[in-house]
Design a protein around this ligand. Structure first.
Ligand SMILES: Nc1ncnc2c1ncn2[C@@H]1O[C@H](COP(=O)(O)OP(=O)(O)OP(=O)(O)O)[C@@H](O)[C@H]1O
Ligand SMILES: [Mg+2]
Length: 277
């Protein structure tokens, strides 16, 4: 069988919902020692992390995580409290803590594992952190302008207001006085104002009323329709699974499932075991 054919078969196999054994140290379901998988046609995946290990000081938290994301795909990264979701996103965004000690991270042919956070952001990583980090003393518009202070630029401020009309209405209001939902919109808008290739959302629905969650969900559907490649971490797993094409479940810093979102929605035992829902 040709190498390309083998790769195509691997991809087909990946499309099938499957559980990965926790004992398998090569948690992406790949053979030992293999580099990031290739998409059909022999092109590298748009995003790949391969066997990443990250530490907070001596604490070994991200323990050999591997997965790919195709261009335009939305992946839900799920797992119980403390499973390592935030730490995985932070490792991908190359922030200092946790320290990445091993593994490779590739985005659109660029080796993020060789970069600092600032360069990873310049190369298209857009992390929207859980705490939103709206800058005190600045209006909504000034927060957006500050994000665009250096190229490469993404969406224009007017386009962000089209996506989130509430932000446009409150453009002169101090950002930290916005409601929680509006601050989440500003945090997402600020990230889109940069030239983002991979959007990383850490608990975008956290602490928000159901009606606001629905509003942000609608916006994320719009962003999805535009083809933005996204990894979403959410405690509200059901909402994330409805938005995402694929789900990856982490447990104790390792991937325990990588498959279709629908497969998780259909598997009550799996949800109970790893998501407690
Ligand atoms: N700065 C830190 N220093 C030391 N340990 C940390 C630090 N941040 C997180 N951890 C530990 O790393 C583990 C994974 O945490 P992480 O925040 O990645 O989990 P999570 O899956 O995002 O959880 P949650 O759903 O509660 O947000 C936890 O055991 C946590 O206590
Ligand atoms: Mg977290």
């Amino acid at each position: 069988m040709s190498e390309l054919k083998t790769l195509e078969n691997e991809m087909d196999a990946r499309d099938e919902p499957h559980r990965l054994l926790k004992e398998d140290p090569y948690s992406g379901g790949r053979a030992p020692g293999k580099k990031p998988t290739m998409t059909t046609g022999g092109q590298p995946a748009f995003f790949s992390c391969w066997d990443i290990h990250a530490y907070y000081g001596e604490s070994y938290i991200v323990q050999g995580v591997s997965f790919d994301v195709r261009e335009g795909e939305i992946v839900a990264l799920l797992g119980r409290n403390g499973a390592g979701k935030t730490s995985t996103l932070r490792s991908i965004a190359r922030v200092d803590n946790p320290a990445l000690k091993h593994g490779e991270i590739w985005l659109d042919h660029k080796p993020l594992h060789e970069m600092k956070a600032y360069h990873a952001a310049q190369h298209g990583i857009g992390l929207v952190p859980e705490d939103r980090r709206i800058i005190q003393g600045l209006t909504v518009e000034e927060n957006l302008q500050l994000a665009q202070i250096a190229p490469p630029h993404g969406w224009s401020i007017e386009r962000i207001y089209d996506l989130f009309p509430r932000l446009g209405e409150r453009r002169k209001q101090e950002g930290t006085t916005l409601s929680g939902g509006e601050q989440q919109m500003l945090a997402i808008g600020r990230t889109l104002s940069r030239d983002v290739k991979l959007l990383l959302l850490d608990e975008p629905y956290e602490g928000l009323a159901p009606v606001i969650v629905q509003e942000i969900e609608k916006t994320l559907e719009q962003i999805k329709a535009l083809g933005m490649t996204t990894i979403i971490v959410e405690q509200n797993a059901i909402a994330a699974l409805h938005l995402a094409d694929r789900a990856i479940i982490l447990d104790m810093g390792q991937v325990v499932f990588d498959g279709k979102s629908q497969a998780v929605l259909d598997d009550a035992d799996l949800r109970q075991q790893y998501l407690a829902i």
